[in-house]
Write a protein that binds this ligand. Structure first.
Ligand code: MOS
Length: 749
């Protein structure tokens, strides 16, 4: 498909999404869509108070309502074996305890599941839920992050773990900040933000037997969900099947198994029928985590010519009273720039809220908003171009671990981004560029994201007709995993992609990590690469055994593949068709399974993805409205497997970053400890009209050390830094520095 905005340097054609047709025609089956005779429907009833206990639950009217099968709560739950039995008088869960659904009478947050109605139809369940009366005994709650900030402390899990990266960190002499020639210091605030995938979380739970469970569940890792459910219900791992073949978007909310999933499994046990639970949009705000409220204080000291001399970065994030969620908020500051004196502090504040979780670019999107905004403030104070300031402090090796980078083309990203954007047209002084009565601002920011590769397995099966099935229990939450893997396999085997099928999203497939931390292509892509290589060698062995095939004494590394044929060397012909190899040996198929995992290279090199974003905003001097007019984004993530899906991935990240910068805020009414923004009318995310042209570029140089395919992660780095680039552009347009996201019009007037 012709595309005007495609990277002109695209070296190879991108495969169209292998499941694109299934998705756009509605033929793809999502978790809530699996048909079951006898399916029962569940509706959750959630706490209306933020802290206290349940005195009684009156479910009589609901239980006798039409179609109702059960009203489940802590009073009659079959119980989750791993929770243990309730000891009376029960005590509140200590920090470090995952929330236990329908376990005891305690309320930890508003929106907590307290009961569940199961009925023959969704309507009957919803009606009956309205008849359940829960009587609470309230206690005073604390949900206001800023009002309680002084109570923040080092996380207990960090206190216990002396090697935790969240320990207080000092490099050189942090007091150098006091004697810096030039210094800026500022506090940046990011409110709670929620993942908003189009598909809300949903599950169908089916007990096939007393000890055999199958779930059709929206999540980001079938293997981890399988492990968690097996552990919770004390079942052998292989007795739990998790199917998550299609996911309608997820940004971290599907990494864990959440209480609602366990609740649905309990309900299916209770009524002895398959049970479906679909979370409405409102429940998405209290059921599946969120990006935590965060306050960060940063100070940067520099010489007059812009050399950093000291950086201090303190970050505090919110968590629940029962669990500690830690994220990378302050970590990027140690690795991003050359600076001899660096200190970081990380604190947590326990509040009467549900536990936060990872949300796209977790910690780094947060931390880099502060660091890259502070850099821009320093550039202004020094009258140095913000891009030039970054170049002057570029880290040629990892200043934290004192290791060489495995590869780093950030300077190329800066150059490509600046050229494509026209950064040289920027006037240094803010509030000087105007167009059509609007204030015009140019802003930029850098991005980085750590490299994650996990052990992964893949199986490849060559069939008698020459088609290939590749399988791995990986996921596709949207980026196009199957497409990229098909492309890797097609290249490795010299087989037409149309003859390759890639299976994922099923816990019965070979072991693979969940889709998180931008780890899928680096991990599973390496496994697919390895298994295809092994299949090729197996085919060579079979070819050698065919008399007169011309493969005797051929070394594996000299073999080439093309059009489903094996050749002894690059310039030899005619080679032998895979189908003929099988035919000769009277085989119906050849099957190989391989594992690929990281090795010692992790201790020899520091591995990150890098990138940058350039943004133009127009700000109305009358209304304070900010319009993002265009974005140029460039990433160095090693080798690009598929330009089309990679470009989409980058665009999605930028859109998320624009939402973070200008719109997204989960507002709470602290009188009740409840979110008031629980729909798309009140929780704003960008719509098409908010999104301008986004031009995506990649350096596309294989990283020689990360893995055999040379690819690093892209999903998270796509959002990291975007909010800072927007905020910096807003400052350039208006001269107003907004340090509290989102940058809504009221803050600019
Ligand atoms: Mo991502 S926050 O690891 O889904």
């Amino acid at each position: 498909m012709a595309n005007a905005h495609q990277n002109p340097a695209e070296p190879h054609p991108s495969l169209d999404r292998v499941d694109g047709r299934l998705k756009v025609t509605g033929a793809a089956t999502y978790s809530a869509e699996y048909p079951f005779e006898n399916l029962a429907h569940a509706v959750l009833i959630t706490s209306t108070i933020a802290k206290g206990r349940i005195r009684t639950i009156d479910a009589k009217a609901a239980e006798t309502a039409p179609g109702v099968l059960a009203v489940l709560s802590h009073m009659n739950s079959p119980g989750v074996p791993a929770y243990g039995s309730v000891k009376l008088p029960a005590e509140r869960a200590p920090v470090g305890t995952a929330f236990r659904v329908f376990y005891d009478e305690f309320i930890y947050f508003s929106g907590q599941p307290v009961a569940m109605v199961v009925a023959n139809t969704p309507e009957q369940a919803r009606h009956a839920a309205s008849l359940v009366h829960v009587d609470y005994e309230s206690e005073k709650h604390q949900t206001d992050f800023e009002a309680n900030l002084s109570k923040a402390a080092v996380a207990t899990s960090v206190q216990r773990n002396k090697t935790s990266p969240f320990q207080d960190y000092d490099r050189g002499n942090p007091d150098a900040i006091y004697t810096a020639e030039v210094k800026i210091e500022a506090t940046y605030t990011i409110p709670t933000q929620h993942h908003q995938p189009l598909e809300p979380h949903a599950i169908i739970a089916v007990w096939e037997a007393d000890d055999k469970l199958t779930v059709y569940d929206k999540n980001q890792g079938v293997k981890s969900a399988q492990g968690n459910l097996a552990q919770a219900f004390k079942l052998p791992r292989e007795n739990v099947k998790v199917n998550s073949k299609f996911i309608g978007g997820a940004f971290g909310s599907g990494i864990r198994v959440w209480p609602h999933t366990v609740a649905a499994v309990l309900a299916a046990q209770k009524v002895n029928r398959p049970v479906k639970l679909v979370l409405g949009r409102e429940l998405m705000f209290t059921s599946v985590g969120y990006r935590p409220f965060t306050v960060q204080k940063i100070a940067i000291g520099a010489t007059k010519d812009g050399q950093f001399t000291a950086i201090t970065h303190e970050g505090t994030g919110q968590t629940s009273t029962y669990e500690e969620h830690l994220e990378r908020t302050i970590l990027a500051t140690r690795a991003m720039y050359v600076c001899p004196n660096v200190s970081t502090r990380y604190r947590l504040l326990n509040l009467d809220v549900n536990t936060p979780t990872w949300m796209r670019g977790p910690g780094d999107a947060t931390g880099m908003f502060a660091l890259e905004s502070a850099l821009d403030e320093l550039a202004f104070a020094l009258s140095i171009d913000p891009l030039e300031l970054r170049l002057r402090n570029h880290a040629d090796s990892d200043p934290e671990r004192h290791l060489p980078w495995s590869a780093k083309s950030l300077k190329d990203c800066y150059r490509i981004g600046a050229e494509q954007f026209g950064w040289k047209n920027r006037i240094l002084e803010p509030q000087t560029m105007k167009a059509d009565g609007m204030l015009v601002g140019y802003g930029m920011a850098s991005s980085l994201y750590g490299f994650h590769r996990h052990p992964s397995k893949a199986k490849a099966v060559l069939l008698a007709d020459g088609s290939v099935v590749v399988q791995s229990a990986t996921m596709d939450i949207g980026p196009g995993t199957g497409t990229a893997m098909t492309q890797i396999a097609a290249t490795m085997l010299g087989v037409n992609p149309k003859k390759i099928r890639f299976d994922l999203g099923d816990s019965g497939l070979p072991d693979a990590p969940g889709q998180n931390g931008s780890s899928t292509i680096p991990s599973v892509g390496s496994a697919v690469h390895a298994v295809c290589k092994a299949l090729k060698i197996k085919l060579l062995t079979l070819a050698v055994a065919i008399p007169g095939s011309g493969f005797a004494d051929v070394r594996p590394e000299d073999v080439t593949v093309k059009n489903g044929r094996l050749f002894p060397s690059a310039d030899s012909s005619p080679g032998i068709a895979y189908t003929d190899i099988l035919k000769h040996h009277k085989l119906t198929q050849v099957e190989v399974t391989e594992e690929s995992k990281p090795g010692a290279e992790r201790d020899q090199y520091s591995m990150y993805s890098f990138g940058c974003h350039f943004v133009e905003v127009h700000v109305s001097p009358v209304t304070g409205e900010v319009r993002v007019k265009r974005v140029v984004t460039c990433a160095d993530v090693g080798k690009i497997i598929n330009y089309k899906t990679a470009r989409s991935q980058s665009i999605g990240g930028v859109v998320g970053g624009i939402g973070m910068a200008l719109m997204e805020e989960s507002a709470m009414d602290h009188r009740y400890g409840r979110y008031v923004t629980t729909d798309f009318a009140s929780y704003h995310i960008p719509v098409h009209a908010d999104i301008p042209q986004i031009d995506v570029f990649f350096v596309d140089q294989p990283d020689p050390y990360v893995n055999p395919i040379g690819s690093k992660g892209l999903g998270e780095i796509a959002i990291v830094g975007v909010a800072a680039a927007v905020a910096n552009a807003v400052f350039h347009a208006t001269g107003k520095r907004i340090r509290q996201l989102p940058i809504t019009p009221d803050k600019l007037l």
